[in-house]
Design a protein. Sequence first.
Length: 169
Amino acid sequence: MDERRILFEVDNGYDIYSFNERSDEYSRLFTGLKYGGLTEDEVRKRVEELKAQPLPICGPGYEIEKVDFILGDQEKKLLMYNAADFAKIELVRCGYTMESVEAKVFAYNDLIHEINDSMNTVIAMNELERVRQLPLKKAKFFLLMPNSYDREQTDAFLAELDSHVSNMI
């Protein structure tokens, strides 16, 4: 497990209750995307509203840097291109590892944002080729619970994402 996700109480950090409330709200938004209850525009608007409200700092609380990392990761998943489609990729026991898929999807998403911010086309093409070369690792089989993304659904989603970025350039 990523040590940046392990939270400890410190004397001066983010309020624990406020962090839990925000994290739960992000989880509800992701579930709403996954099961079709919310549109991407509704989710995007709600995430922007939540981001505008800073978490209160108190003591004892959670470490500021780690909370920012965790919430930032959740925000990335909610604000990415076709977040609803990404949310619908099934978790299976033996597919692509979550870390490698998310790294590749986030790299595509970052490239989309940079292109929208008027990135040079030559640099964008080079960056697209770099993102295409990111490996997708296969997960090992675990008996207890699904821990990886379905390969076919992931490949279809990444192909759609790649064609969108190619068309943007």
